[in-house]
Design a protein around this ligand. Structure first.
Ligand code: ACO
Length: 325
């Protein structure tokens, strides 16, 4: 009998502090940085984002999302045998946010580690969990995307600080006799390290280099539209399906223009696109599971629907997962 993996529950969490574009414009003006609601909405589709209060970490946000996903799946934390957290803003350099979150869940013993693939982190993490379940290394996994990107933003750089937000999303992925996950496709091209990075690090007890996010938005935009179409088509081909089989497209929520461009290239009507970037901003590895959970809880996504999840981000990394929900 074949062994597959299937999502049995979803969850998400946004920190309560909601910052509209107008709020942000006022904060930035006080620093002499000019922006406007009109510019941000027109170029990105973002209307608001959530910022975590100081002291709140990725594992704190991930914990809330994980608890919701466990409830939705009807699974006890003690039955989880694998935790993967996709994050680029972990609580510490080490141990991983996954180990910290495991302890906060009140469990011990199961495998736990972080995946660092920036905004593609969740599709990377989901693919790894699927593989570990298929090979019987794990049976019941928590896969989480959690970020506090507000901590690495340069609020004097209006070309980046208006784009990102904080949040977490989670799924419980369980072994199943039927799919579940149908196919995955993962890629990276390290030649593009410099177009999206946080170049600093900690060394010799000091921050070395610049610890704030840098992005060449135009270069990222150009690459993103091309690779998102390619990886969607490659994933469909591996699964023996066509774009017409997709009920819901859930791309990384970075910019509404990139998302709509991808849907159009796949000849999908825009009402099949799940959009949360307007309310969440770009939450990096958290954006896909946050969007997935929002669409499940609003009743848009139903059991049996075919979903295409697609990530793209720093590295440069990209990839997709096709699944029957
Ligand atoms: N408010 C007002 N004006 C602004 C702002 C702002 N926040 N930011 C830039 N501008 C100005 C610029 O200074 C420029 O002015 P100028 O013409 O006088 O020089 C003008 O607006 C146009 O700027 P562009 O950079 O050309 O704007 P563009 O249309 O390229 O949009 C954006 C910028 C939104 C960043 C876009 O390039 C983009 O979305 N890129 C992709 C980002 C992305 O998808 N990232 C995903 C991965 S994220 C991850 O992995 C962590």
């Amino acid at each position: 009998m074949s062994r597959y993996s299937r999502i049995t529950g979803t969850g998400s969490y946004l920190p309560p502090r909601r910052i509209t574009n107008a709020d942000l414009a006022v904060e930035l003006a006080a620093r002499g940085v000019e922006t406007s609601d009109d510019w941000i909405v027109e170029r990105t589709g973002i209307r608001a984002r959530h910022f975590a209060d100081s002291g709140v970490t990725s594992s704190d946000l991930g914990l809330q999302a994980a608890r919701q996903a466990l409830d939705a799946a009807g699974v006890a934390a003690g039955d989880i045998d694998l935790i993967i957290v996709a994050t680029s803003t972990p609580d510490m350099i080490f141990p991983s946010a996954a180990c910290i979150l495991q302890n906060k869940l009140g469990i011990a013993g199961c495998a736990a580690f972080d995946v660092q693939a920036v905004c593609s982190g969740f599709v990377y993490a989901l693919t790894i969990a699927d593989s570990l379940i298929k090979t019987s290394t794990a049976t019941r996994a928590l896969v989480i995307g959690a970020e506090v990107f507000s901590r690495i933003l340069d609020f004097s750089d209006r070309t980046t600080c208006v784009l990102f937000g904080d949040g977490a999303g989670a799924v419980v992925l369980e072994a199943s006799e039927t799919p579940g996950i149908l196919a995955s496709d993962l890629h990276a091209d390290g030649r593009h390290v410099g177009i999206l990075c946080v170049p600093g690090t900690v060394s010799g007890g000091k921050v070395l280099g610049d610890p704030l996010l840098k992005m060449d938005g135009k270069a990222v935009f150009k690459l993103a539209v091309g690779v998102l179409e390619e990886t969607a088509r490659a994933t469909l081909a591996k699964a023996g399906r066509t774009a017409g089989d997709i009920d819901w497209l859930i791309p990384h929520q970075a910019n509404i223009r990139i998302m709509q461009g991808t849907a159009k290239k796949l000849k999908l009507p825009l009402d099949k696109l799940v959009v949360t970037v307007d309310e969440h901003g770009n939450t990096s590895a958290a954006s896909i599971p946050l969007a997935l959970d929002a669409a499940v809880r609003s009743g848009k996504i139903k059991r049996g629907d075919t979903l295409m999840l697609e990530g793209v981000g720093g590295g440069f990394t990209w990839g997709a997962v096709l699944l029957d929900f």
